[in-house]
Design a protein around this ligand. Structure first.
Ligand code: AMP
Ligand code: ZN
Length: 119
């Protein structure tokens, strides 16, 4: 999609701090980290959120899930990580291209700062 910031990262039109890439998935550091390690995993096909997954995009979502632990380990998170997909604006989704947040190395509270997380 031409006006989608994450599509532009896939094409290289917008730079990112890449940590992993293959034919289906791109992972890069979040620009405003909510934990000491905060990386986004995105599909290389445009799909707005988990709600919109279809026959084309579902295999990409499977790849995102199966690559996440590998990426987390590469980031030094062998002892644990959190995988978050804010889905819909009501639950904090601000970029409407599907993405999983990989979060790790929390402080003692474990707070990521996502809206409603500690209610
Ligand atoms: P969400 O609020 O779940 O939709 O997450 C969107 C995430 O994208 C936020 O954590 C933002 O900090 C992050 N983000 C927005 N623009 C960029 C960018 N140019 N590079 C890296 N991360 C970004
Ligand atoms: Zn997109």
């Amino acid at each position: 999609m031409s006006d989608c910031i994450f599509c532009k990262m896939v094409t290289g039109d917008i730079p990112c701090r890449k940590v992993y890439e293959d034919d289906q998935v791109l992972a890069f550091h979040d620009i405003a980290p909510k934990a000491p390690v905060h990386v986004l995993v995105i599909p290389k096909v445009h799909v707005a959120s988990l709600y919109e997954l279809d026959e084309v995009s579902t295999p990409y979502a499977h790849a995102m899930i199966s690559k996440a632990p590998e990426i987390a380990k590469e980031l030094g998170l062998a002892e644990g990580f959190r995988l978050v997909a804010n889905t819909g604006e009501a639950c904090g989704q601000t970029v409407h291209h599907l993405h999983f947040h990989i979060l790790g190395k929390f402080n003692d509270s474990g707070d990521t700062g996502f809206p409603g997380e500690n209610d």
